[in-house]
Design a protein around this ligand. Structure first.
Ligand code: ASC
Length: 126
């Protein structure tokens, strides 16, 4: 891109898209009864991306093709709290997958989904 704001818009859109795919891959394993260890890389990818989220919404990156609402920037402290919840719950998902306890993974999968939804309800259009 030509500037940092455009770069962060591109990186965050790719990151959220990859996160959606990873989340879906874990869901598939849970539903189809596949080997839980197959969910490890996906859970790690989600948690790694979650750590980048706050930095991917710099001032000026509200322009262009984005679903992010202006509230991301006008209410940045709360946005940060919600990003932190995503990071914390996805870290616990990594741990649950590593434990091999499917019920724990199911519970934590739901908790992570809750943090996705909590942010989207307020900060994403559609
Ligand atoms: C997904 C996806 C989300 C979350 C959310 C969970 O697969 O794209 O944004 O799960 O719907 O509540």
């Amino acid at each position: 891109g030509v500037n940092a704001a455009e770069d962060s818009l591109k990186v965050r859109k790719e990151g959220f898209e990859a996160t959606k795919k990873s989340f879906g891959a874990i869901k598939k394993i849970l539903e189809e009864g596949g080997d839980l260890s197959g969910a490890a890389a996906s859970a790690q990818s989600i948690n790694a991306f979650s750590k980048q989220v706050p930095a991917l919404f710099p001032a000026g990156s509200d322009k262009g093709e984005t679903k992010a609402k202006a509230a991301v920037w006008s209410n940045g402290a709360d946005f940060g709290v919600k990003a932190q919840a995503f990071e914390a719950e996805s870290a616990k998902l990594v741990q649950a997958v590593a434990s091999g306890d499917k019920a724990a993974v199911q519970k934590q999968f739901g908790a992570v989904g809750g943090t996705c939804k909590a942010c989207h309800d307020t900060y994403r259009s559609e």
